[in-house]
Write a protein that binds this ligand. Sequence first.
Ligand SMILES: *[C@@H]1O[C@H](CO)[C@@H](O)[C@H](O)[C@H]1NC(C)=O
Ligand SMILES: *[C@@H]1O[C@H](CO)[C@@H](O)[C@H](O)[C@H]1NC(C)=O
Ligand SMILES: *[C@@H]1O[C@H](CO)[C@@H](O)[C@H](O)[C@H]1NC(C)=O
Length: 189
Amino acid sequence: MARGILLAWIVIHSIAITSVHCRYYSQSKPYEPVKLQKTQLHFFLHDTLSGNKPTAVMVASANATGKPNDPTPFGTTFAIDDPLTEGPEITSKVIGNAQGLYLSSSQDKNLTLVMYVDLGFTRGKFKGSSLSVFSRNPVTEGNREMAVVGGRGKFRFARGFIKVKTNYLNITNGDAVLEYKVTVVHPHP
Ligand SMILES: *[C@@H]1O[C@H](CO)[C@@H](O)[C@H](O)[C@H]1NC(C)=O
Ligand SMILES: *[C@@H]1O[C@H](CO)[C@@H](O)[C@H](O)[C@H]1NC(C)=O
Ligand SMILES: *[C@@H]1O[C@H](CO)[C@@H](O)[C@H](O)[C@H]1NC(C)=O
């Protein structure tokens, strides 16, 4: 009798373990394509390195001798919380912020940054939603493009690109205002 109970206990226990092992994923099903819509956004990003309240701060750099007077030698990494505004002036309406990192990624003389940034919106229809940017940003090119690889909230499953133009740059301290023209496709939220 006792052996019977033990056997039952082992059987029940192993069934429980088997089902627990299978519980972390669902059965895969065909994904029904949904109609995508296109959204375009236009705003300015203010990247401020100077002053006593910078929005971009260096968090890492390589122990290597770079070129003299190069503020961003290869490997230099910044953490950012940059305001996004409707117009190019810092006093214009703030509509969100760009949070994340950028890394000086080029060994040659043309500065390239790789951006690992979340563009979050705090006003209007897309308040609480954000776009994920993971892309190189060849900053010396007047007209450049970055990839949008995903999003949150109303931008779930978003994909697209951003046309970036430098609106203002102080080469001495690195302060910059960038114009962002975003095109993304995403399902209707
Ligand atoms: C930085 O590099 C210099 C020159 O190569 C070396 O002497 C020094 O020990 C390095 N410092 C660290 C913290 O690695
Ligand atoms: C650096 O940029 C200039 C101007 O855009 C370009 O002509 C040159 O080929 C670039 N150099 C490298 C190594 O990419
Ligand atoms: C650029 O930065 C330097 C160093 O911080 C500063 O002295 C200069 O006034 C700035 N230029 C402009 C146009 O703000």
